[in-house]
Design a protein. Structure first.
Length: 294
């Protein structure tokens, strides 16, 4: 359990504003921080990682104080069991992939994890390559492996897939989700990609101007409704065609095209290019538009 209760005065191009956080994160959760640029999401991650100190308050992880202003406690980043994956990868350019992983290992850790991660992240063939010879997707896999080699309890992801194309991003989402489950992590993701959020996370925390304004399941936050059923997939509408008294909606889900039968009421607000969720309801597929947000 992570218990956050702190305040931090932050300076932005528009002046000062206060980041005020009061949040409990259960162990094993996969949450997303969502909101407009400048809401304080990256500062949230940096404070948890120990890269930025609050002005006052406390951060407790499994009842152990990582920061406590009254008790004058502030653990250094090295003493916080956290893996951090940045959008710009932050790999050491003069080191190979394998050397980046070795450098990130904590003292006393077993070296067996490096070959395991190299295989899991499909990096074995890239072990002796330097970052400047890798593609964006390969660099991000290396960055994720480097974060995991520390055997963290908490994984922080700051828009790690924002600069990648859709196909590579989709594949890396699978790596992240598998790592979260296989290594029993508590994961906090900053993302603006609704498909990514719906696929990966179990809770969305909405931030605006340094405050948490709401939190809940992705379906509740983005669709104002709860979904149930055997499946839920996010995709993009390619076309809507009328056939007699029904409509056929063609949706691209990852690399697969599916067709969903809908009636006139269901397609009223749907347009080509809309992001949607295809879910099951009473064993029949239904389609819901994901509202756009800033």
């Amino acid at each position: 359990m992570i218990k956050l209760s702190y305040q931090k005065q932050l300076k932005t191009t528009d002046g000062f504003f206060e980041l005020s956080i009061d949040l409990d994160i259960p162990k094993g959760a996969f949450i997303c921080l969502y909101g407009p640029s400048g809401a304080g999401k990256t500062s949230f991650l940096r404070i948890l990682a120990g890269l930025l100190a609050p002005d006052k308050g406390s951060i407790l992880v499994n009842d152990i104080p990582w920061y406590h202003s009254d008790k004058k406690i502030g653990l250094s980043p090295q003493k916080r069991n956290i893996g951090y994956v940045f959008q710009d990868y932050a790999l050491f350019p003069n080191m190979t992939v394998q050397e980046n992983l070795k450098f990130a290992q904590r003292k006393g850790q077993t070296k067996d994890l490096i070959p395991e991660l190299m295989e899991v992240m499909e990096l074995s063939q890239l072990a002796n390559r330097t970052p400047d010879t890798l593609s964006g997707g390969q660099k991000q896999r290396a960055a994720l492996a480097r974060a995991l080699v520390q055997q963290p309890d908490i994984l922080l992801l700051d828009e790690p897939l924002a600069a990648l194309d859709a196909q590579i991003s989709t594949k890396l989402q699978d790596y992240i989700l598998n790592a979260h489950r296989d290594y029993s992590l508590t994961t906090i993701l900053v993302s603006h990609d609704l498909g990514e959020i719906m696929k990966l996370t179990d809770t969305v925390v909405v931030m605006e101007q340094g405050r948490i304004t709401k939190s809940g399941r992705p379906q509740e936050i983005f669709m104002n409704r709860q979904l149930s059923g055997k499946f839920q997939f996010t995709g993009t509408i390619l076309s809507i065609e009328k056939q007699d008294v029904i409509y056929v909606v063609t949706v691209l889900i990852y690399n697969t095209i599916i067709k969903v039968v809908a009636d006139a009421t269901e397609i009223q607000e749907l347009r080509n290019g809309d992001s949607v969720v295809v879910a099951s309801k009473a064993f029949n597929p239904v389609i819901y538009k994901i509202p756009e947000r800033s």
